[in-house]
Design a protein around this ligand. Structure first.
Ligand code: ADP
Ligand code: MG
Length: 458
């Protein structure tokens, strides 16, 4: 029983941690962890490998303890252990398997048992997607493409801010096409880039081509990742043309309209714009309530209407945040062993740790990067060209773009009137070096830690 509770509490904690740390950290170190045991004030977390245990212990322990203590309302000590494969039933291999069983309202849309769903998450189906004014057009286009791949709307380009359902829609298309026996490939643009780099290094272009050109449906997520990466864009251009000419369907998702993607080959932009573009906006209050109702039903949790409305009123913006909030409220009541009432929900929401991402400002990024390099914000905004200064400035620019998604124009204005082109060059420089430069990776990781820690600790 305690183990089940540990698992539930940990799922809610993960929902909160996901909002607090950057995506690569979450994906690498947190996503595949499980809540193993809650014994008094001792909470044991199962981690897939020893490296992860070390990393979490050193870098995340206090944050995790803070989140758990908030949920359980008692000062919790976290322990990390390498999980044995036979230790529990909730162990989830990396991608491709549902994280937990959810009701499938529309069984014919969920991935069939006999059909391999490589890289698709079982819960991202059309059946689990709430449709409202905010995503109506994107949903209609996605449905149409899933039903008739390659025939209409090719390519389809979906765009929106973070956590509004792009990945969910892409994968829902994938599931549906897969059920109709199409060859489907879902990749992030980052994965595409890595595959291309690897093919170049190992001279295995043939393999690369086979992987990308043999499909009926190519789904590329987070396409903004290839901004400023000339060679990747070149590779993608050829893959795109090949598939498009063969009437194969291409669907992409990005964080902005194609024309707004910085440093993008105009040939690609015009290819993207030659299809259908559909955006998703943040849901209105009524739709937020509906989404929360669906999330509660998926967990088979009874959440009163007034509680749904309270959460919806207090949580705007992304659907990911809505999920985090409702999980917190549900687990809060379970942990306290009481019925879920308006008062309990209000308390759960009031004691939620602040969403550091939301509170993160450009000033924090500029100041903490400057401090890390032993410089001042004024230096970063100035015209100096010493090597260390230029590097610190490039990294600041990169972080402003990655963490806050600011436009190159805005970043230029924040850093002493630099041009958007100059800003894009800096981003490209850092992104390019990241793949090979260990020291840079470590610098970035330490600066990010400092940015996201409440006490400015370096
Ligand atoms: P994005 O790719 O735009 O950042 P995701 O697709 O990852 O967003 O969605 C974030 C979370 O919100 C996911 O868990 C997803 O299942 C959920 N979600 C998004 N849109 C909807 C929706 N319309 N109905 C129900 N859940 C949704
Ligand atoms: Mg996404």
């Amino acid at each position: 029983m305690e183990n089940r509770r540990a698992d539930e509490v940990w799922k809610a904690a993960l929902g909160e941690l996901e909002l607090q740390v950057t995506k690569p950290y979450y994906e690498t170190y947190l996503r595949d962890t499980t809540g193993l045991k809650l014994d008094g004030k001792q909470f044991t977390i199962g981690v897939p490998n020893a490296f992860g245990v070390e990393w979490l212990r050193l870098r995340m322990r206090s944050r995790i303890e803070e989140v758990l203590s908030g949920l359980i309302r008692s000062a919790i000590t976290a322990h990390f252990t390498v999980r044995q494969d036979d230790q529990g039933t909730t162990l989830v291999p990396s991608r491709g398997v549902p994280e937990y069983d959810v009701a499938e309202p529309d069984p014919d849309e969920s991935p069939g048992q006999d059909i391999q769903a490589p890289c698709l998450n079982g819960k991202y189906t059309f059946g689990n997607l709430v449709v409202g004014q905010f995503n109506q057009m994107a949903h209609a286009a996605a449905r149409s493409v899933a039903e008739n791949p390659g025939q209409r709307y090719n390519p389809l380009f979906l765009y929106s801010g973070f956590g509004l359902g792009k990945t969910h829609l892409l994968q829902a298309i994938g599931h549906m096409a897969l059920a109709a026996r199409c060859e489907v490939l879902y990749v992030s643009a980052e994965q595409f880039t890595n595959d291309l780099v690897e093919a170049g290094r190992d001279r295995s272009y043939q393999q690369f081509r086979e992987k990308y050109r043999s499909v009926d449906l190519l789904l590329v997520d987070d396409i903004q990742f290839i901004s400023g990466k000339q060679q990747t864009q070149e590779g993608f251009y050829h893959t795109f043309n090949y598939l498009h000419n063969a009437n194969k369907q291409i669907v992409m998702a990005g964080d902005c309209h194609p024309s707004q993607l910085p440093v993008m080959d105009p040939r690609l932009v015009s290819r993207f714009e030659g299809g259908l573009m559909a955006d998703i906006s943040p849901p209105c209050l009524e739709n937020r309530v509906e989404i929360l109702r669906a999330k509660a039903a998926q967990q088979e949790a009874h959440v009163p209407e007034d509680v749904l409305e309270l959460i919806a009123r207090q949580t705007s913006g992304s659907i990911r945040k809505l999920e985090g909030a409702i999980n917190r409220v549900i687990v809060f009541a379970i942990a306290a062993g009481v019925d879920l009432t308006l008062a309990i929900a209000a308390e759960a929401l009031a004691t939620a740790p602040s969403d550091t991402n939301r509170n993160l400002t450009s000033d924090t990024i500029i100041e903490r990067t400057a401090t890390y390099f032993d410089l001042s914000s004024v230096d970063l905004k100035g015209k100096g060209r010493q090597k260390k200064l230029v590097m610190a400035r490039d990294i600041t620019i990169f972080l402003l773009r990655e963490e806050l998604r600011l436009s190159p124009m805005r970043i230029g204005a924040l850093l002493g009137d630099r041009t958007p082109t100059g800003v894009a060059i800096s981003c490209r420089k850092v992104a390019g070096r990241l793949t090979t430069n260990e020291v840079l990776r470590s610098d970035l990781s330490l600066i990010r830690d400092s940015i996201y820690s409440r006490a400015s600790a370096i």
